[in-house]
Design a protein around this ligand. Structure first.
Ligand SMILES: *Cc1c(COP(=O)(O)O)cnc(C)c1O
Length: 344
């Protein structure tokens, strides 16, 4: 792997990336290339800033209201564990209105935007565009303008960033921790429209003030340099794969294969509405839950790891992020069939 080869000497500079000053020309080049590559990959328009921050998705649950709420209320659409957490955290900084929730369905569906009870003038509207734990993903982003709402849409795209294109005309701000699809933990990506930069509350910490971060090219404080470097290598890998369109096609193929295997079986079930099933996170249950331990043990024997579902929902979950090749999903599908033949 390139990061290992360059560990002690980056491009003949005599320094490893960890030894570099974040203000030196070598790291400057790493940063500039990562920024440009990601902007190109995600087709981010010029009137959006790309910020590299720290604190992960959960910190953004506080940082967003600190920057955008302006003493007004924010509207939240609650479709699973992550958006629920976001709404709870935002309550510490602004008034929160839950304008739609699918909790009654066990978070297995999405509420139609036409049914959202949007407030008259929310500071912003928050959604989680892919609910990692519940396996629910917006097939298209809601168009707030078409709903008569001028507020910016905020999306938590932590768990499917770079897996599909983003319609930036519908988005005011997007945030995501890097660790699911972009690279190592420690780096948080924020993509924010220019007109939203300058409205932070006075109590907003300077290192979390989007304008301060933007004005300093994400170097107001020392950024997570090594994570940015490795993420930059991932961006180059994504480009070599053919960019986001090619990655999306591969993700669709992977997801279709796995959902078809689950739907065709008598043993496994996925309870999410077909229209909003996640391409990244596929939760499923064994109809006979007494077989759970045997299922997981057999999977481990084949090198199929991390299939246990999140503790809050139980069952199983296959997370098939960008880095999971089609062959990995094919191996899982073969195991599903084998296990069912033996136990079904
Ligand atoms: C993983 C995840 C988070 C949590 O991010 P941290 O980086 O651990 O703070 C937030 N939102 C979503 C949708 C996630 O999948």
């Amino acid at each position: 792997m390139q990061a290992a080869a360059e560990m002690l000497d980056w491009h003949g500079s005599g320094m490893g990336v960890m030894e570099m000053s974040h203000r030196g020309k070598e790291f400057g080049q790493i940063y500039a290339e990562a920024e440009a590559d990601l902007r190109e990959l995600l087709a981010v328009p010029a009137h959006f800033k790309l910020l590299f921050m720290q604190g992960g998705g959960l910190a953004e649950n506080a940082i967003v209201p600190l920057n955008l709420s302006r003493g007004q209320n924010a509207d939240f659409v609650v479709t699973g564990s992550w958006s629920q957490k976001s709404a709870l955290e935002a309550k510490r900084y602004c008034a929160v209105r839950e304008v739609a929730t699918t909790q009654a369905s066990g978070f297995t569906t999405l509420p139609a935007p036409s049914q959202w009870q949007l407030s008259a003038r929310p500071a912003y509207v928050h959604i989680c565009s892919n609910e990692t734990i519940n396996g629910v993903e917006y097939p298209t982003l809601p168009d707030l303008k078409a709903l008569g709402c001028d507020a910016p849409l905020v999306i938590d795209f932590s768990s499917h960033v770079a897996s599909r294109p983003v319609d930036w005309s519908r988005v005011g701000l997007a945030f995501g921790g890097a660790q699911k699809n972009l690279g190592p933990a420690g780096l948080t990506l924020v993509v924010v429209r220019d007109d939203l930069l300058d409205r932070a509350l006075p109590i907003c910490p300077s290192a979390f003030n989007y304008k301060t971060v933007a004005d300093n090219q994400s170097m107001f404080n020392t950024p997570p340099t090594y994570s940015m470097y490795v993420a930059g290598l991932v961006f180059k890998w994504l480009k070599r794969q053919g960019g986001i369109a090619a990655i999306e096609a591969r993700n669709i193929a992977k997801a279709e294969l796995l959902y078809a295997a689950i739907d065709q079986s008598e043993l496994y079930v996925n309870r999410v509405d077909v229209a909003c099933r996640s391409r990244m996170n596929v939760p499923f249950y064994l109809r006979d839950e007494r077989l759970n331990e045997a299922f997981l043990a057999g999977a481990r024997e084949r090198g199929l790891l991390q299939l246990k579902g999140h503790k809050s929902v139980g069952g199983m979950r296959a997370s098939i992020y960008n880095a999971m090749p089609l062959a990995g999903v094919q191996a899982l599908v073969a195991y599903l069939r084998d296990f069912e033949a033996r136990h079904g």
